[in-house]
Every structure is written in C-alpha cells, then in structure tokens.
Design a protein around this ligand. Structure first.
Ligand code: FE2
Length: 308
C-alpha cells in the first residue's frame, strides 16, 4: 500500500522512515519553493523570448527547441541562486541542514505528443533511481514550475516498491556513464542511443499513482520507487524541478529502502553537498558505497584487476 501524506506535520526522521517504506509526501508551496519555481519561470521566459514556453513546441523546429533547452537547463542547474534556495526550502520542510546533503536541481521538460522525448528532454521509462547508482537512502523532491495536470506529470508504480523487476542495472556504472554519455544529451534529438537501465520484463503500469502538486508545491518520494514520465497528451510542455537529498546518518548506518533488484555499480554520493556549508560528502563514504555496490553486483572484489 502506498499512502500520500498531504502537508504532514511529521518530523524529518519519521518522514524518511516512511519514505523508505514507499510512502509519498506532498506539500503546498513554501516561501523558498515558490521562489525557486518563480526563478525557474524567469529563466525559462528569458530563454523563450516572447513565446509561451508551454506551447512554443508547436511553433518551433524540434532541433531549435532542443538547442534552447541545452543552453537553458545548465544555466538553471548551476545557478548560485539555486544553492541558496534549496537549503532554505529544505529547512522550511524540517530537514537538519548540518546532516542533509543535496545535489544540484535539474530543470526537466516533458513535451506534448512525442515532440521531443529523447536526449535533453528524455521521457523516462519506468525505473528506480537506485538502478542508476543512487543510494537506497536517496530522497527525491519534485516541483512543478507551471500548473500541471495528470496528463503531463510523472507516475509511480507502487506495486513494485517491494517487488523485483528484472532490469539492466547490472550493466550500469555511474563513473562510466559520467565519462561517456551524460555530456551528449543535447545531441540525441531524434532518438536516444545511450544505454540506460530499463525493465527487462513486462511491467504492469496500472494501477499507478499520479500526484498533481500546485506550481511550487513539493512532492517527496524514495529513489527506490518505480516511477516514469507519463505520455504527455496535455497539449502543454511540462516544466519541473527535481533534486535529491540524503541524510548523512542514514548514509553511515546504511538505513534506507530495501534493495529489491538493483545491481549497478558506482555511486552518486559524490554529487551531494551539505546544506549548511556546501561541504562535499566525505570521500570514505563514497568509497565504501562503491565497494559494496561492486560486491552486490556480483562483480565482487575478486574480479577487479589487481594493481600489482
Ligand atoms: Fe527518476
């Protein structure tokens, strides 16, 4: 069973425990999340000039649209404003800034009617972030930039939270992905040839849960949830912000969602910085997680070439 908690008053420790059990939280816009969405709208409006960003796709060649996103998205992701607003938002929602680490926020788009579903505007097939080397204690935060509808949000497939899905994560290594595939996203306009972990058996997409927060509203879920981009039939491009957090006590204690089927190697832990001062995740934790992932994947230390 998956429960969606609306504007819950539980503290962050309780919330993380519930998230690791597959529950979902949603909050109305806070001061900082509202400002974050407004800041995204500002950058989007600037990039699209006089056009309505939600319908511009119908008047633009797809290559031009992809190019525009390829310059807009990194500008948002790496903007210093975001590094102030994310910790402020997390504090408003009860996180301990000394113990909570976040990674850069992504600006995502989902275009309507299969206009652009690859590369820079990738339509995610059902996946768990844990297939992409995310730690099992990763918490995902998702915020619409403009009003969204059920036809252009994302979906959870909660019946799989505790049930394995045969998948290609064993062929995914985060370090390898960073070396080769990530930088090329903007080039994949007519199809995406980058290998990504996906289900390797039929996945029953129904029943599914779609949450529709208000612009600036915040949805929170475990990175171990099976989730996907819904086929956008709304007639409007969806713009949303998402980012991830981990709590260092959980990282140290290996507390998190249960691993039911991930076999990837590498770890995304080095992407996280501490809310309070932007200090990096301690390297020894990243190294330990890498070693554990290697053992879990079956590659095992005995298969690592010796350095002698
Ligand atoms: Fe995801």
């Amino acid at each position: 069973m998956t429960t969606v908690f609306s504007n819950s008053g539980v503290d962050d420790d309780t919330r993380r425990e519930l998230l690791y059990g597959g529950q979902v939280f949603v909050y109305p816009a806070t001061s900082a999340s509202g400002r974050l969405a407004a800041f995204a709208r500002e950058l989007v409006a600037e990039a699209f000039g006089g056009r309505d960003p939600e319908t511009a796709q119908f008047d633009m060649p797809v290559e031009e649209f992809a190019e525009l996103l390829a310059s807009l998205k990194p500008r948002f992701i790496h903007h210093p404003r975001c590094k102030e607003l994310l910790p402020a938002l997390l504090e408003e929602l009860g996180c301990d800034l000394e113990r909570t680490y976040f990674d850069v926020p992504r600006l995502r788009t989902s275009t309507s009617h299969d206009y652009l579903t690859s590369g820079i505007s990738y339509a995610f097939h059902p996946h768990r972030d844990c297939w992409y080397s995310a730690p099992f204690n990763q918490v995902n935060w998702w915020i619409p930039v403009y009003a969204v509808v059920p036809e252009n949000v994302m979906a959870f497939h909660p019946q799989y939270f505790g049930t394995p899905v045969r998948n290609g994560s064993a062929r995914y290594d985060y370090a390898e992905w960073n070396r080769t595939s990530r930088a090329t996203a903007a080039r994949h306009v007519r199809g995406d040839t980058r290998e990504q972990p996906r289900p390797e058996e039929e996945v029953t997409l129904e029943p599914q849960v779609r949450v529709v927060p208000e612009p600036g509203g915040v949805m929170v879920f475990s990175g171990a949830q099976l989730h996907s981009t819904v086929p956008n039939t709304s007639g409007r491009t969806r713009f949303s912000i998402d980012f991830r957090t981990v709590h260092i006590d959980d990282v140290r204690a290996r507390r998190g969602a249960r691993n039911v089927d991930a076999a990837c190697t590498g770890t995304t832990l080095r992407d996280f910085v501490r809310c309070a001062d932007l200090d990096p995740m301690p390297e020894e934790l990243a190294l330990a997680y890498e070693a554990e992932a290697l053992t879990r994947s079956g590659a095992g230390p005995e298969r690592v070439p010796s350095r002698s």
